[in-house]
Design a protein around this ligand. Sequence first.
Ligand SMILES: Nc1nc2c(c(=O)[nH]1)N[C@@H](CN(C=O)c1ccc(C(=O)N[C@@H](CCC(=O)O)C(=O)O)cc1)CN2
Length: 282
Amino acid sequence: MTAQTLDGAATLRTIKAELAQRVAALKEQGITPGLGTVLVGDDPGSQWYVGAKHKDCAEIGITSIRRDLPATATQAEVEAVIDELNADEGCTGFLVQQPTGLDEFALLSRVDPDKDVDGLHPTNLGKLVLGESGPLPCTPVGAIELLRRHGVQIAGAEVVVVGRGLTVGRPLGLLLTRRSENATVTLCHTGTVDLAAHVRHADIVVAAAGVPGIITADMVKPGAAVLDVGVSRVDGKVTGDVHPDVWDVAGWVSPNPKGVGPMTRAMLLSNIVEIAEKSARS
Ligand SMILES: Nc1nc2c(c(=O)[nH]1)N[C@@H](CN(C=O)c1ccc(C(=O)N[C@@H](CCC(=O)O)C(=O)O)cc1)CN2
């Protein structure tokens, strides 16, 4: 048996086409959404991500404001750029690309929560905990959207998330246990004793530990959906957390690349459009 593909690249194309219509409608009302990005340093991965985000925006009519700072930029210099984007009316939403090597909590907290297209401001993460509406973190909501659009049943599923990071694992547990999703979630991590015993019971596995090949075929329940969110670079190549043999056991697998990565970008575009639509209503 070979698993079916949870195709993030194709789903990104579909979502872009849907959002392009909403951007056009906003423009008819005199509102042009504008994404701002703050990039610190010259990490090739981060440069690629930021470049891809602006390319996506251009394709659907969202304007771009790009602030690239050298690796030597200080906390105060980055905070000054955040203040500038908070005040810029042409910038309807912006993000600070991670990692920066600086005090990221202070940077995230300085972003105007109403312009927080990453959904990572403490106020917006607090809204997620409280079940209030607000922008949601892009990678976890992208993983859920990828499952939904491929018809994978989430309600009632046993989900094992491997990874407790701020951008994926922690918020994903909160999202999946909302009444609208109704999954039962076990949040595992690299310190979990007998990870295999947990994964073996899961209908859906989300691997976001950043440990190449940590999920092996013997750990996976036949027919399960397995999402590979981990990103490591091995010999310069993007390598995920899911061992290739898992494709022989699982029912669905999101490849890496072309799985959850493009969904992160799709949900960023969706957050930008939703924030601009909210400002149009107010
Ligand atoms: N401010 C943020 N920083 C980071 C986030 C985030 O959501 N907000 N997440 C990651 C990186 N990330 C977005 O920024 C991201 C990761 C992956 C992709 C993607 O499309 N990947 C491609 C392959 C790219 C490659 O070849 O290197 C794929 O999976 O097909 C987009 C965005 C950390 N930082």
